[in-house]
Design a protein around this ligand. Sequence first.
Ligand SMILES: NC(=O)c1ccc[n+]([C@@H]2O[C@H](COP(=O)([O-])OP(=O)(O)OC[C@H]3O[C@@H](n4cnc5c(N)ncnc54)[C@H](OP(=O)(O)O)[C@@H]3O)[C@@H](O)[C@H]2O)c1
Length: 191
Amino acid sequence: MEGARNPDAVRHAELVVLTVPACGHREVLRAIAPHVRGRVVVDTCVCHHHARPGVWVGPAEGSAALRVRRALPPTAAVAATLHAVSSRTLRDPARFPPGDVPVAADGPASLQAAAHLLDELGLPWVDAGGLEVAAVLENLAALLAALSDRHGVHRPAARFLGLPAGGSKPAADGDRPPALSHRGWPPSPRA
Ligand SMILES: NC(=O)c1ccc[n+]([C@@H]2O[C@H](COP(=O)([O-])OP(=O)(O)OC[C@H]3O[C@@H](n4cnc5c(N)ncnc54)[C@H](OP(=O)(O)O)[C@@H]3O)[C@@H](O)[C@H]2O)c1
């Protein structure tokens, strides 16, 4: 693992994943915007109320993901996902199941890159649609955090019923289909 200043890290990145809190989001976006040409940027930000973690405070742009889209040049593609996936789940998805991990993306390239990342992490993903649905995903993450607090459990997870079968959980390594074949792939055409 290597460290670098944000602009340098982005310039050399295959995929950019933003994991900064809402208070630093704008500043980081300003710093990386000139360097993300041709990159896919995956955002994970949920704008929680600073004193009440289960309460979502929608930013002026409508959602953190739309803020990213607005802050970056059109030559960068943007996806938003992992909003409700904790570090514990990332370390051990079998012990702390994530439920379905929705992905919002501004087009096929960003969906494909985010889905590939989630496949690599062993997380079952769902194509949730365009970036305009990210506000709902960010809200859902806040709700799950609130439920976790209220009921004193590790973060509860959401499952979506009635979607096409074939990817509600990652296949075992031996019979894992090619990347991007989980539920939701191929993506439906977007306007
Ligand atoms: N924690 C979770 O379970 C979880 C789950 C899903 C999504 N998220 C989202 O992931 C993001 C990070 O959450 P977190 O809990 O990991 O937060 P965090 O521990 O407070 O911050 C993560 C890192 O962001 C950098 N950072 C902090 N404040 C910053 C600022 N003002 N400006 C620029 N960089 C700053 C720091 O990196 P350096 O030390 O390198 O400076 C810090 O280590 C949030 O947007 C959150 O909504 C979190």
